[in-house]
Design a binder for this molecule. Structure first.
Ligand code: FAD
Ligand code: N01
Length: 541
């Protein structure tokens, strides 16, 4: 059995950077990846329209100044092919592939208490031993395909947006159906509608989506970023969501403090919406914290849908109701509503008419039968815990992670779990992860973990794991800060809460306290000699 200092699972942006750091520390590292190449999210999600919804000048690695200065992004929010090209460039530039075992899925990771080693097993029946096991398995990497009756009997081609094939899918002259109107569906629908003979959109919950306002990146903006990258990166790291305010207009110190949307007149609200779009909602003090104020914003939103969609019946079906803006991951679109004005796009409202089964030729709802050539599942992911729970992870005394997390994930800082020594999770539950520009959170975790491993080596520490106290206190804090936000509103059913997966315990998983605040907490833990963690010395140490 081959032994490594560290085995890393996953070769997305997290696994790639982890490998780079550990290798520079002189450690032996093996990265194991299911795909046949690097990129993670950007390898798997090749569906038409897939792109980043934060500026890619900020959604990019900061660890190499040369890389940062030399790389050129074509658009403000670049598309999947360019982001994948970037991942490939990073792999080439830092010669990462030689330590990555591709086309291999990790099936189990079991802790051997006597030897203090993890034994990692793959679907190729290979066994590896390592001192540290790092899960870089991603928060949105376990696709969710609903278990519809007859799912396997469809005779056409079916695809999940998160498992999209490498060869382009030809929609020309085809009847296409798509289930799901979250971020992926909203990005794919307008692009597929351009090519398909006909597109039928099966919608269960109408979405709140804001215009992305994407455009080519001009050289002036690019230069400003590149000249000020140090400052930009610092701002990102200590910001609420991993974004700098570098390109935003400086706040006017004489401007009045944000007011309640409830205290403004209908006319003022409409004027604000007209002038600055949906970001107007953020200028009020209470839209994201007070359900009554939120409903005022929702009403304005619904009026806007009415203005954008020609057919009043279709507009009515597209209006979200019954849950607040800001409860789900914010969706950004390009010409989403306009797509429903096309003659070749039909909307089916599944709340009135739910799917009964998939048939060989299409699908059947309670009231109708639909036929199509291509079926697309834009049905999301078993988020945050899905990829981890697919691996049989066993810690001390054979305890499984699945059991430990049966009532929702429990972890300290989203980095480690009590009972699972020397196992780390990058962007794990209880960290800002998916509530941030994820690359900023990935870099912070990778750097924290590598510094920790270095510290353990220097101080002859054999094992690190959090105390149950620290873990419980942190989980309580994670719940506490989410209380009163729209994320945990009783009417909210989001994947942040696990509500998209039948049977999954309803628990709010990410940390909403902010990237900067979280980072400071992680720094304090280190300065206080890893407060909240138990450090066990080497047996002969
Ligand atoms: P991933 O990129 O998911 O990589 C994890 C890797 O682990 C995968 O390649 C997977 O194959 C592998 N893996 C998992 N389990 C195993 C196993 N058992 N054995 C072997 N390999 C395994 N975030 C943003 O901040 N901004 C955005 O605009 C944004 N856009 C997104 C768009 C889409 C379509 C999606 C799905 C997500 C988006 N995200 C965005 C979130 C995105 O997932 C992160 O930004 C980031 O790419 C995650 O990197 P990662 O390395 O942590 O995980
Ligand atoms: O998944 P989702 P996604 N029957 O879970 C519907 C990131 N991302 O892939 O709301 C019928 O958001 C479901 O309906 P409902 C981002 O973090 C980012 O779109 O459960 N419908 C919903 O409409 C995002 O949040 C970008 O009622 C069913 C849709 O499928 C995350 O990935 C782009 C159903 C799923 O929406 C996931 O987004 C893409 C069923 N049985 C993704 N089951 C960027 O632009 C599910 N649905 C950055």
């Amino acid at each position: 059995m081959k032994e490594f200092d560290v085995v890393v699972v996953g070769a997305g942006f997290a696994g790639m950077y982890m490998l780079y750091r550990l290798r520079r520390m002189g450690l032996s590292v093996l990265v194991i990846e299911t795909a046949d190449d690097v990129g993670g999210t950007w390898y798997w999600n090749r569906y038409p329209g897939a792109r980043c919804d934060v500026p890619t000048m900020e959604y990019s690695y900061s660890f190499s100044e040369e890389l940062e200065q030399q790389w050129r992004w074509p658009e403000v929010m670049s598309a999947q092919p360019e982001i994948l090209e970037y991942a490939n460039h990073v792999a080439d530039r830092f010669d990462l592939r030689r330590d990555i075992q591709f086309c291999t899925r990790v099936t189990s990771a079991v802790f051997d208490e006597n030897a203090s080693r993890w034994e990692v097993v793959t679907d190729r029946d290979k066994h590896y031993r390592c001192r540290f096991c790092i899960m870089a398995t991603g928060c949105l990497s376990a696709p969710n395909v609903p278990d519809f009756d007859g799912k396997d009997e469809f005779e056409g081609s079916s695809y999940h947006t998160g498992l999209w094939p490498k060869d382009a899918v030809d929609f020309n002259g085809k009847q296409v159906a798509i289930i799901g109107t979250g971020s992926s569906g909203v990005q794919a629908i307008p692009v597929i509608a351009e090519e398909a003979l006909h597109l039928t959109v099966f919608q269960r919950t109408p979405v709140y989506t804001f215009p992305a306002n994407n455009h080519p990146l001009n050289t002036k903006t690019e230069s400003r970023y590149k000249e000020n990258y140090l400052q930009v990166r610092h701002m990102q790291r200590y910001s609420p969501v991993g974004m700098s305010t570098f390109m935003l207009p400086k706040p006017n110190p004489d401007a009045p403090p944000p007011s309640s949307i409830l205290d403004t007149s209908e006319e003022e609200r409409r004027e604000a919406l007209h002038d600055i779009g949906f970001s107007a909602f953020r200028t009020y003090s209470d839209v994201y914290t007070n359900i009554e104020a939120n409903e005022v914003a929702c009403n304005l939103y619904r009026d806007t849908v009415e203005q954008l969609v020609n057919d009043p019946d279709v507009a009515e079906k597209l209006k979200p109701r019954g849950y607040p803006i800001g409860c789900k991951r914010q969706v950004f679109d390009t010409d989403y509503y306009e797509a429903f004005n096309r003659d070749n796009v039909t909307l089916v409202d599944l709340t009135a008419n739910p799917i009964e089964c998939i048939t060989p030729l299409g699908l059947r709802t309670r009231q109708d039968e639909y036929k199509f050539d291509i079926l697309i599942y834009a049905t999301g992911f078993d988020a945050m815990t899905g990829a981890l729970n697919k691996i049989d992870i066993r810690g001390k005394q054979g305890q499984t992670l699945v059991n430990k997390w049966a009532d929702g994930p429990v972890a300290y800082l989203g980095l480690q779990v009590h009972g699972f020594p020397n196992l780390f999770t990058i962007t794990g539950p209880g960290s800002p992860s998916v509530l941030s520009n994820v690359l900023v959170s990935i870099e912070q975790h990778v750097e924290w973990i590598s510094d920790c491993i270095e510290y353990l080596g220097k101080h002859q520490i054999r094992e690190i794991e959090p105390t149950t106290d620290a873990e419980e206190t942190w989980v309580e804090h994670v719940n506490q800060v989410a209380k009163g936000t729209m994320f945990t509103a009783p009417t909210c059913n989001s994947w942040y809460l696990g509500a998209n997966i039948p049977g999954k315990t309803r628990v709010f998983m990410p940390y909403v306290g902010g990237v900067g605040r979280y980072r400071k907490k992680c720094e304090e833990v280190v300065t206080s000699n890893y407060e909240g963690f138990t450090l066990s010395p080497e047996v002969n140490g």
